[in-house]
Design a protein around this ligand. Sequence first.
Ligand SMILES: C[S@@+](CC[C@H](N)C(=O)[O-])C[C@H]1O[C@@H](n2cnc3c(N)ncnc32)[C@H](O)[C@@H]1O
Length: 270
Amino acid sequence: MQFVPIESYLGKPSTQGKEYNINYSLVTRKEDARCEEEDVSKQEEDGDRPEKVMIWEKMEKEEKKKVWEPLSETFNVAGQEITIKLALDSYGALIWPAARALCEYLENNKEEIDMMDKAVLEIGAGTGLVSIVSCLLGAWVTASDLSDVLGNLRYNLSKNTRGRCRYTPQVAAMAWGHNLQRNFPHSVFRYDYVLAADVVYHHDCLDELLVTMEHFCRPGTTLIWANKVRFECDHTFIQRFKDAFDTTVLAEVPEEEIIIFKATFKTNWD
Ligand SMILES: C[S@@+](CC[C@H](N)C(=O)[O-])C[C@H]1O[C@@H](n2cnc3c(N)ncnc32)[C@H](O)[C@@H]1O
């Protein structure tokens, strides 16, 4: 699989219509700490070097040692402050641009997309921002993702919804296209809304993603998919998505190349 730097996916964060702050934390990486130990013993050997030079070198080393990593982001949505804990170890540990755009859309279009008392499933929920906003808007939410990102997802959901929402959000492990009928049979799992933000990017599971969308987008379900269009292959997926469902464009953020689609079960197959 070709390596594409994560920054090229994320693009520039939007500040339009929403207040948000990124809190950074100063962290010292383990390797740097090890270097420092080694350097200290080396400095002991350099007993006859001028003190000024040594202080300057130490300051330089201290600066190099500093790595600023985002720890959390704070949003004000639906009259509530939301704090999302981030990490840098997976795609699901950051908030992606389409998630911000979708939250903004849901908050500003409550009449059109009425979340109150609705059953909502988010696929590829990541840090959980979209699920949290849906909860705050009154929905009964299940946030799903691969099992290795569920810890952070669960933490964010619990921290931001406890005592504030009509329903306690659920978390579910889901690998797209795997055991869907066994783990989420149609007879039991029926959702009013299925939400997906930035789930199409450079990965090998696009077929499985479409299968998952088809599994959950049954008659009576509305699928809302927000995506930043990045690569040529995204257009191929958009075409397959349009072929699979009845679709309309709900909103576009042209400066960020984000499109928010609404899809329903296809009734008229040509
Ligand atoms: C780019 S991130 C977007 C996260 C979040 N929706 C957002 O917009 O901030 C894509 C998400 O899809 C999840 N994902 C990727 N491949 C998956 C798969 N095969 N099955 C289930 N989830 C997957 C990742 O774990 C990640 O949380």
